[in-house]
Write a protein that binds this ligand. Structure first.
Ligand code: AMP
Length: 113
């Protein structure tokens, strides 16, 4: 996807504070952090949202979650962190390339807003 913001980050066409990556997923700091740790983990392949994912993306989504857990460990927030995957504009999704927010380093209330 040529005009997708996160695809451009994958292709290193725009800068990002990358923390970690594996063959299929990339983790970088959110540009507008909502917590002391706020990292986005994305599949390198363009999938617009969880609604667009197919059974063939199941392993890819597992890679994204596993990288998120590694980020949490590296950031030393394993005493409590939250993964958020906004799906659809009604849930606040603003970038249509699947991304998991990794949030931690402060108390997180429940339910989320
Ligand atoms: P969402 O609202 O769930 O789609 O989340 C999109 C996230 O992408 C927001 O938290 C933004 O702050 C973040 N974001 C937008 N542009 C960039 C960028 N260039 N680098 C890092 N994070 C970004």
């Amino acid at each position: 996807m040529m005009d997708c913001l996160f695809c451009k980050i994958v292709r290193q066409e725009i800068p990002a504070r990358v923390l970690k990556e594996n063959k299929h997923a990339l983790a970088f700091r959110d540009i507008n952090p909502q917590a002391p740790t706020h990292v986005l983990v994305i599949p390198k392949k363009h999938v617009a949202s969880l609604e667009e994912a197919t059974p063939s993306d199941a392993a890819l989504l597992g890679e994204v979650l596993f990288l998120a857990s590694e980020v949490a460990r590296d950031e030393k927030i394993t005493s409590g962190y939250r993964l958020v995957l906004n799906t659809g504009s009604g849930a606040g999704q603003s970038v249509f390339h699947i991304h998991v927010h990794v949030l931690g380093g402060r108390p997180l209330s429940w339910p989320p807003g």
